[in-house]
Design a protein around this ligand. Structure first.
Ligand code: HXC
Ligand code: NAP
Length: 270
């Protein structure tokens, strides 16, 4: 068995790849020699991300699109195809989040997160499908523990990410016969990210989160990237429709304990 999959020359597209965990994933593939395309809204963030990816000496490119706009997503995927050819690995991780009680969410606030996380994922996968023709092609959706751990002040994210995981499972069934594997990776709390800043805004809260993780620490983007690369590799050639937590065991219990504390802190700051 190979222990270290190589992605030299592979084409990897990462939606939401201009920062945080998704940029960490893009960077890990670039370090393995992949040609990497990142998609997000901000041109400035994309340019900075591409600069970082190019440090590995390969090819990288950034396309601006809002995943809520199916035509813009179509154009971005088509541009990636023109630049690099067919896609080997598609990572879909664009997401939005803010803590708010359900009654403090306007209909548009709830819709914004569902539109980015869930409908955006659908747009990205649907637009990429024609380009996922290579043997071993696979999709990894980036989910969140909110998909299966109910968290107060997170009604929009819980609904959206539960939907993402169900899209993963349904498309694994529909697209398996075409040779495309579809899986979800579920990061736990990851240090230094926008998501952590928004949900655990104080050092005390971050410490409480870290202590609630059975493995005793917050995750890193590389922890997440390692599992994404495994799923994208031939080592996972018989894995599809799987929802894989990469969270140090957090969702086994710590997530609900800390969710209650986060909810209290968020409620107090409202
Ligand atoms: C209540 C809020 C709000 C808040 C925004 N809204 N922030 N409502 N409380 N704190 C409302 C607005 O008033 C508006 O409704 C609606 O949401 C849309 O807001 P806009 O600012 O117009 O939207 P937009 O510019 O499209 O921005 C989308 C966004 C933003 C989701 C609101 O935060 C964003 O771009 N986020 C991307 C980065 C991000 O969130 N990263 C973290 C991902 S972490 P009205 O009715 O006024 O029009 C993650 C999981 C982490 O996903 C898990 C950790 C364990
Ligand atoms: P982040 O840095 O804010 O990453 C979000 C990415 O999505 C950015 O590249 C952002 O770039 C892009 N994006 C947001 N809205 C978009 C839109 N409408 N269209 C296109 N791109 C959009 O957040 P993160 O904390 O690293 O989270 C990354 C992923 O991990 C998300 O899927 C999140 O749900 C998941 N996750 C995070 C944690 C955590 O601890 N942080 C835990 C569990 C799951 P632009 O602003 O340029 O658009």
């Amino acid at each position: 068995m190979n222990s270290s999959p190589s992605f030299a020359g592979s084409v990897v597209a990462v939606a939401g790849g201009s920062s945080g965990i998704n940029l960490g994933i893009a960077d890990a593939f670039a370090a393995q020699g992949a040609r990497v395309a990142v998609v997000s809204r901000s041109r400035q963030k994309l340019d900075a991300a591409v600069e970082r990816l190019l440090i590995h000496g390969g090819e990288a490119i950034g396309f601006s699109a809002d995943v809520r706009d199916p035509e813009a997503v179509d154009a971005a995927l088509s541009a990636i195809h023109q630049a690099f050819g067919d896609i080997d690995v598609l990572v879909s991780g664009a997401a939005g989040n803010f803590p708010a009680p359900a009654l403090g969410m306007s209909p548009n606030a709830f819709a914004s997160v569902v539109d980015i996380d869930l409908r955006g994922t659908f747009h990205v996968l649907r637009s990429a499908y024609p380009y996922l023709t290579r043997p071993g092609a696979s999709i990894i959706n980036i989910s969140a523990p909110q998909a299966y751990v109910p968290m107060a002040f997170q009604a929009h994210v819980c609904a959206a990410k539960a939907g993402v995981d169900m899209v993963t499972r349904v498309l694994a069934m529909e697209w398996g016969p075409a040779g495309i594997r579809v899986n979800s990776v579920v990061p736990g709390p990851v240090e230094g990210t926008e998501g952590m800043k928004r949900l655990s805004p104080t050092p005390e809260l971050q410490q409480a989160v870290a202590e609630s993780v059975p493995l005793g620490r917050l995750g890193t983007p590389m922890d997440i990237a390692n599992t994404v690369m495994f799923l994208a590799s031939p080592l996972a050639g018989y894995v599809t429709g799987a929802i894989i937590p990469v969270d140090g065991g957090w969702s086994l219990g710590g997530a609900s304990v800390v969710a209650a504390r986060m909810a209290k802190a968020t409620g107090e700051s409202d």
